[in-house]
Design a protein around this ligand. Structure first.
Ligand code: HEC
Ligand code: HEC
Length: 262
């Protein structure tokens, strides 16, 4: 009788020992960074986080400009209305840009090619797999297939006026040049908004509506939503008239020249 009871308790104990991942809320990034030992998944999550926040250092071989992913995907991809990266449940999906069903891997690789003005990493590059792990981590708790709240950037309402780049120039001088520079060149800790160190003409940010939504919600940094919709549209149009790396789909020759000049 006693031994039966003992075995029964042992059995109960075993039942309650379900795997840690399934049972606990996932640890925060700060905590993961402090751990000395991580399993394969979490070590990829941490590596993916490092790539997103310091792309220059951790994925330099695929990067052609001076940006980091988190210059646009603010707060390491956790900020709503600033292109948050908790979107793993939205993939794969159909995308008009390349006419294919896109997995999350391809989406990540395309940001290297366009936003980072670099080269497309192979599908199984450790950098791509790590960023994908980080995106899964950020997406925990999201409903598969449902748009996370604050995805992308806000769509600005039609103001009734065309974007006016001449007016955008003065918006830039008054609100942006103090950080991003007279020539859009940026400074230490502040990314370039045009020139060869910036995103190329094929990037999502080089669409006026996309840039306007991002700028309106998030810029000037720390004072998001202080510009009018029209000012955001105007300054976006101004930015996108400036010189920047060409679209790699259009001109292989120009790309080569740019890399030689750089
Ligand atoms: C210059 C700004 C910029 C940089 C730098 C940038 N991205 Fe993006 N990213 C965007 C924009 C804009 C979009 C939305 C584009 C679209 O929908 O066409 C986007 C979309 C994405 C998406 C899909 C988001 C969604 O809602 O489905 C992923 C994933 C992504 N980027 C990953 C990255 C990674 C990884 C890096 C760094 C290697 C990076 N991005 C660098 C601007 C940027
Ligand atoms: C207080 C300094 C500051 C001001 C003012 C400011 N920005 Fe930024 N901006 C930043 C920083 C810093 C980042 C990158 C954020 C990060 O990495 O967390 C950024 C990112 C950006 C980006 C995406 C990355 C890139 O380089 O393309 C754009 C576009 C942008 N700013 C446009 C503007 C515009 C337009 C204005 C004026 C309306 C403006 N900013 C005003 C500091 C500033």
């Amino acid at each position: 009788m006693k031994i039966c009871q003992f075995l029964f308790y042992c059995f109960l104990l075993l039942l309650t020992q379900t795997p840690v991942h399934a049972q606990q809320a996932q640890p925060g990034i700060e905590q993961l960074l402090k751990e000395t030992f991580l399993d394969d998944y979490y070590s990829n999550v941490v590596y993916g986080y490092q790539i997103v926040t310091n792309t220059q250092q951790h994925a330099s071989r695929y990067v052609g400009n001076k940006l980091n992913c988190s210059n646009c995907h603010l707060q390491a991809g956790t900020q709503k209305e600033a292109l948050p990266l908790n979107v793993a449940g939205m993939y794969p999906k159909w995308r008009a840009k390349n006419g294919q069903r896109n997995g999350i891997g391809l989406r990540i690789r395309e940001c290297f090619l366009y936003s980072m003005d670099g080269i497309m990493p192979p599908e199984d590059a450790p950098e791509v797999l790590a960023v994908a792990a980080y995106l899964s981590y950020l997406s925990q708790g999201q409903v598969m297939g449902a748009e996370p709240e604050g995805r992308g950037v806000p769509t600005l309402p039609d103001t009734g006026y065309d974007p006016n780049p001449a007016n955008g120039r003065s918006v830039y001088q008054d609100n942006c040049a103090s950080c991003h520079g007279q020539q859009g060149e940026g400074a230490a800790g502040i990314p370039a908004v045009w020139g060869l160190d910036s995103y190329n003409k094929g990037a999502g940010m080089s669409r006026v509506d996309m840039a306007a939504g991002f700028i309106w919600a998030n810029m000037p940094l720390g004072k998001g939503k202080s510009l009018s919709h029209q000012q955001a549209l105007d300054v976006a149009a101004y930015l996108n008239l400036q010189i920047r790396p060409s679209d790699p789909r259009n001109s292989k020759f120009f790309k080569l020249l740019e890399h030689l000049i750089d």
